[in-house]
Design a protein around this ligand. Structure first.
Ligand code: HEC
Length: 150
């Protein structure tokens, strides 16, 4: 667990906001998830895969294994396998999970909120007031998750 916490804290952060981006606290969560794009620019699944596995960005592999990335090191299993995840959740729900997992799971989830000013309980103080991913990186990761169908 220590390794994972350190890795989460080491995520690169970005505060840069483009004019067309929704600010983290302006993202609307509905019962259907986050139904509109955070940027208005379609996500790029290939860029999303890179963000997903980058230990400085998403570091999703610290907690999630998926067959698509079985060649990568440091697969964790704190979170569920993401194989077939796009058959369990639709795009708006996946966007909500990646943007702020607490809105979908519980406040106690160990999964960080990647585009939220409340990044999560395990993210260290210097990152307060910043998001872990940019809005476009969230869109890219969501596009990548959309390729993981059963
Ligand atoms: C520190 C561990 C951790 C990290 C890092 C993490 N997650 Fe999670 N994730 C979880 C846990 C744990 C759950 C299960 C929900 C719960 O119990 O809180 C989860 C659930 C999910 C789910 C729902 C899975 C399902 O089948 O229902 C998705 C999608 C997801 N995570 C995507 C991501 C993505 C994308 C990233 C990287 C941007 C990421 N997670 C990073 C721990 C993590």
């Amino acid at each position: 667990m220590r390794f994972i916490l350190g890795a989460v804290a080491a995520f690169a952060m970005s505060t840069a906001a483009l004019a067309s981006e929704l600010a983290p606290d302006a993202v609307a969560f509905t019962d259907d998830g986050v139904t509109s794009s955070l940027t208005g620019v379609a996500g790029d699944p290939a860029a999303g895969a890179e963000t997903f596995k980058s230990r400085k960005l998403g570091n999703c592999l610290a907690c999630h294994a998926n067959a698509d990335m079985s060649g990568e090191l440091f697969h964790g299993d704190v979170g569920p396998s993401l194989d077939g995840v796009a058959s369990r959740w639709d795009e708006a729900q996946l966007r909500a999970i990646v943007t702020n997992s607490k809105q979908i799971f519980t406040d106690e989830t160990v999964m960080p909120g990647f585009y939220s000013l409340e990044v999560g309980q395990y993210v260290s103080e210097p990152f307060a007031g910043k998001t872990i991913l940019t809005a476009q990186q969230v869109e890219d990761v969501v596009a990548y998750l959309g390729t993981l169908k059963e």
